[in-house]
Design a protein around this ligand. Structure first.
Ligand code: GMT
Length: 392
């Protein structure tokens, strides 16, 4: 197949999933065209059968807000025609699915067979999509997609109930990991030079947005550190990093909390961690938690959204109510203080991640979903049927 992939190219779960998916599909023989405003952060410079098309938003003095969604639609339209793409796959509903719908309308005379699939990742539904200024266009774009996937059962239900598109058929295709990359035995811990042996390493990886509750991460660490010699490694960057740094300073922990900034390859770091913290207020799946589990790092976090579909309570980690720093700290101490329990959780997490979320299995699910979408009538054709249903 020839597939166009559009995603946010910057640090974040949806961009990571989209890029890893494109790379895996190209390895399986498909031709992949990334269409976005910047080279995706996880995409190396050149790989066979992978092409990158930059979206350039023309500047004009009248445009106080340059219309990226229109420039993207035009680029999609151009790339589909020039490379004879079968399908566009949009990651994150807005504006990507909206632009794909515009491109599809523009292509209707020449390429009525072109389809577009939208993968819902999380905040496009739970936060941004609920904002009154975006809600109607999010619903519209979801309903116009020829195929829809969500990264968890939680997000599938959330989309159907909050947008009321009860006839939408949403396939659940979870996030995935490459078992070879997230393999603890491959790496010697790069943190060893900085951290004494016997010191527990707690880690958090995110884009430091409010939804991640990074101050809770520091507070949980503070309590663990009262009981066990430990350090906290914070990977990533974003709007709440300053708050997290201030919290570490206020708690007198600046010398034990390391803020590393954005790091693209997190597996070698995870391989040196003892515990992963993800106390998010909302988390549709939790790709970073999956990457930690796959690397043999137990997870302590919140039981929000789709996290319970990823972390097995008591077996691969512990999930507690959002904001319950006491419960999360207690769970973290319990896991870290008992070496046998930690070993069992570490091994169980690594094998469970491989069993349920391996790249080979999940990429094959996407392939099958593309074939299914290409074979069925488009969303517009289904809507035009006498008894229109999006469920067929
Ligand atoms: O909020 C983020 O961390 C980034 C965001 C994104 O869309 O870039 O992540 C979402 O998509 C990931 C990949 O599917 C999921 O693993 C994350 O759980 C989800 N984030 C939230 O729901 C907050």
């Amino acid at each position: 197949m020839k597939i166009g992939i559009t995603c946010y190219p910057t640090y974040g779960g949806s961009g990571a999933v989209a890029t890893e998916l494109g790379i895996a599909l190209a390895r399986r023989g498909h031709e992949i065209h990334f269409i976005t405003y910047q080279q995706p952060f996880r995409l190396p410079s050149f790989l066979p059968r992978i092409y990158f098309h930059e979206v350039d938003v023309g500047r004009y003095p009248l445009f106080e807000y340059p219309p990226y969604d229109l420039a993207l639609a035009v680029r999609m339209h151009e790339v589909v025609q020039a490379h004879d793409l079968d399908l566009l796959h949009c990651h994150y509903a807005i504006p990507h699915a909206t632009s794909a719908w515009i491109a599809k309308e523009m292509l209707r005379p020449n390429r009525p067979d072109m389809r577009f699939v939208t993968t819902l990742h999380g905040t496009d539904i739970t936060i941004v999509g609920q904002d009154p200024s975006f809600r109607p266009i999010t619903k519209f774009s979801i309903e116009k997609s020829d195929g829809l996937t969500a990264v968890s059962r939680y997000l599938q239900t959330e989309t159907l109930t909050t947008f009321g598109c009860t006839a939408c058929r949403i396939e659940v295709i979870p996030n995935f990991i490459d078992p070879e990359v997230y393999d603890r035995s491959r790496y010697t811990s790069i943190l060893d030079e900085q951290v004494d042996s016997g010191t527990k390493v707690l880690m958090h990886v995110s884009n430091f947005r409010p939804v991640k509750r990074v101050k809770d991460v520091v507070r949980i660490f503070a309590r663990v550190n009262e009981r066990l010699p430990s350090v906290l490694v914070m990977v990533g960057d974003g709007p709440d990093r300053v708050d997290a740094e201030a919290e570490a300073r206020a708690l007198g922990l600046s010398d034990k909390v390391f803020f590393l900034g954005k790091i693209e390859a997190v597996a070698p770091l995870l391989a040196g961690a003892d515990l992963f913290l993800l106390p998010s207020g909302s988390e549709s799946f939790g790709l970073s938690a999956l990457e930690a589990l796959a690397t043999g790092v137990p997870v302590v976090g919140s039981n929000a959204g789709g996290l319970p579909e990823v972390v097995r309570q008591g077996e691969t980690g512990a999930l507690c109510p959002v904001g319950d720093v006491d419960a999360m700290s207690a769970a973290a101490i319990e896991i870290l203080a008992d070496r046998d329990r930690w070993e069992a959780m570490s091994q169980c997490g690594a094998s469970d991640a491989r069993e349920r979320f391996s790249l080979e299995t999940i990429v094959a699910e996407y392939e099958a979903f593309y074939e299914y979408t290409l074979a069925r009538p488009s969303a517009a054709e289904r809507a035009a049927q006498p008894n229109p249903t999006l469920a067929t």
